[in-house]
Design a protein around this ligand. Structure first.
Ligand code: SAM
Length: 284
């Protein structure tokens, strides 16, 4: 236990823990978990397993989706007594589609220091291996469980150029894939990142229209789903070959020359390529 002076202020540490492979914990996270007075955990049994693995013995209190508001008060009382508290969830980064946001806001509003201890998060882990992060991304978390509400949410995401990152429960992954294809279009590329950092880790890319078939050949598991962003209207109708040629030439040639050559090589309309090149280059 920490020795704290009577007027010392408690700090809330928001500690990321592994999303599968227990070795994906940082040295700093271990230091913090060893040194705090209390760990507020989403599920104390899950966190006990992690702490036991690392030979850490510390007081655990539960703080989950259904008791976060009342338990936040208890955590604030610990902080007020000058105690150091770590917040952890079952896996990954607390408060990211996990409990913790209310506690963090309350602790901050009450004037306590809140320090993040970074580490794994399923969304970023999946994104890093998706090859789809170039145009930025939008983290959508879990969509509504009911199809009508899910489709409505997807309608509002349909025209965004950023990659869309979703979490989904194992038993709803097939339904999500169906709605993604219906609303965003069967041609878009999707990446399924399944069981990341675990034994049956699988990262699979296909068209949304092919997703149902692929998923039906898979065992269940935890999934992050990443869908490529909407193509701009300017790109529609331009052949992949022409885009590829333009993409190669643009960095090395003046824009007009790159467009002229790309049009000549690919047979694509020069004006369309010019518009696209201007869009790719962005504002001067
Ligand atoms: N806060 C966590 C984080 O930062 O990773 C996410 C918690 S959220 C309740 C759980 C969801 O994250 C799962 O339904 C799944 O979509 C995704 N997830 C968590 N671990 C995963 C893993 N090892 N592989 C793939 N997806 C995972």
């Amino acid at each position: 236990m920490n020795m704290t002076s009577p007027d010392a202020k408690g700090t809330l540490y928001v500690v990321a823990t592994p999303i599968g492979n227990l070795r994906d914990i940082t040295l700093r996270a271990l230091d913090i978990l060893k040194s705090v007075d209390v760990v507020a955990a989403e599920d104390t049994r899950t966190t006990s397993g992690l702490l036991k693995h690392y030979g850490i013995s510390v007081r655990l209190v539960s703080l989950h989706q259904h008791n976060e508001r009342e338990k936040s008060e208890a955590v604030l009382a610990y902080l007020g007594d000058g105690k150091q508290v770590a917040l952890v969830s079952d896996a990954g980064t607390p408060a990211i589609s996990d409990p913790g946001s209310h506690l963090v806001a309350s602790a901050r509003n009450a004037g306590f220091d809140v320090l993040p201890i970074p580490g794994p998060s399923a969304a970023i882990t999946a994104l890093s291996a998706s090859g789809m992060s170039e145009n930025g991304f939008l983290f959508c978390g879990f969509l509504p469980a009911k199809s009508a509400a899910r489709k409505k949410a997807l309608e509002s995401l349909k025209i965004l150029p950023q990659a869309l990152v979703f979490f989904e429960a194992p038993h709803r992954i097939m339904d999500l894939a169906g709605d993604l294809s219906d609303i965003l279009g069967a041609e878009r590329t999707v990446v399924f990142a399944r069981e990341l950092t675990k034994l049956y880790e699988t990262i699979h890319a296909c068209r949304l229209g092919e997703a149902g078939q692929w998923l039906s050949s898979q065992q269940r598991g935890e999934f992050v789903v990443i869908v490529e962003g909407a193509h701009s209207v300017k790109q529609e109708g331009i052949s992949e070959e022409a885009k590829r040629v333009l993409e190669i030439l643009l960095p090395d040639l003046p824009l007009a020359q790159a467009v002229k050559l790309a049009a000549r090589i690919s047979g694509e309309n020069r004006n369309s390529l010019y518009e696209l090149a201007l869009e790719w280059r962005g504002p001067p």
